[in-house]
Design a protein around this ligand. Structure first.
Ligand code: SF4
Length: 309
């Protein structure tokens, strides 16, 4: 597949905060691929999972060294690159650090359940090798919501792995998905999410909204798997305004953390950023100002924002 290739292999998705990072692909697609709200790798043309070999990835790193004069940050993908194997991952991190000694931040996506299998000792080894930030899809701290969406992790697993990472001095970047509990469970979704965030006290909390790509009745374009549950009545999608109320509730309850909270994605209806707890009240004021607009203005805003990856 890679014979004769002259370009390093590209990733499909990276966090917005890694837009300036050098991107290195260790795995293709998502090993789990079951979350009801996602299906994003198949939708973007990567329906199956495969792990690349260590020599393949090292070759990419060599090619990048020949092209990139200076890289200060690097990101390893795709969705859960530790699936390449802990020893293999560590070997690649060491090679990357040796090839690009100027790198100050080396990050990856990781599923909490994969980190859980690495255990505390494995996480310490990752830190020693030079990984210093991990992006984790917390999505929700509500066990019922996580189970419904087949996320494959419990709040306890996320809390334990988050604490191990912090103890190993690896920064934790949690993603929270507004709308994940639907209209029925939005309060438990937010309240239990607050509990996990307080428990781990991550460096970053990044806010997203469930992205229902593909229209409800589209047969030929990729469709978010959650549409099936919406059609069957198993999931009642949150309203646009409901997601703003979720954001407000989340920030209102997060009084005890030392975290940078950011809505760093274009599909958020209201975007606030700030250090908690210092900027908490200012962020609530921004949301309240928006909610006090006339209803027609709010609806027009929701329609204008739309959805995107
Ligand atoms: S949310 Fe993450 S783990 Fe779940 S299917 Fe999507 S990429 Fe895979």
């Amino acid at each position: 597949m890679t014979a004769g290739r002259e370009q390093p292999e590209s990733l499909i998705i990276r966090p917005p905060s890694e837009w300036r990072s050098m991107l290195v692909r260790l795995t293709r697609g998502c090993h789990w691929n079951r979350c009801r709200f996602c299906g994003i790798y198949p939708a973007l043309g990567e329906p199956t999972f495969s792990a690349r070999t260590v020599p393949e990835v090292k070759r990419d790193i060599d090619m990048l060294r020949a092209r990139v004069s200076r890289a200060t940050t690097a990101f390893l993908g795709d969705s859960d690159p530790l699936q390449i194997g802990l020893d293999e991952f560590i070997e690649i991190v060491r090679y990357l650090r040796g090839t690009f000694p100027e790198i100050t931040r080396l990050t990856c996506y990781a599923r909490a359940s994969t980190l859980w299998k690495a255990k505390e000792r494995g996480i310490r080894r990752l830190a020693e090798a030079g990984l210093n930030r991990v992006h984790i899809g917390l999505e929700s701290g509500d066990p019922t919501t996580l189970k419904f969406h087949r996320k494959g992790q419990t709040p306890e697993i996320v809390a334990a792995t988050g604490q191990w990472l912090r103890e190993a001095s690896i920064e934790v970047s949690f993603y929270v998905l507004l709308g994940m509990g639907g209209r029925d469970r939005w309060k438990p979704h937010i309240d239990n999410t607050v509990r996990i965030i307080e428990n781990v006290d991550p460096e970053f909390v990044r806010i997203r909204r469930i992205w229902l790509y593909g229209s409800e009745d589209s047969e030929h374009s990729p469709q978010c798997p959650l549409w099936e549950d919406i059609r069957s009545g198993a999931f009642i999608a949150q309203t646009a305004e409901g997601t703003v109320l979720e954001l407000r509730r989340l920030i209102d309850k997060l009084e005890e953390v030392d975290t940078f909270l950011t809505c760093d994605h274009a599909n958020n209806y209201v975007c606030v950023d700030g250090h908690m707890p210092h900027d908490r009240l200012a962020m609530l004021e921004v949301i309240d100002r928006f909610l006090s607009l006339p209803e027609a203005a709010r609806q027009a805003h929701y329609e204008a924002v739309g959805s995107s990856i």
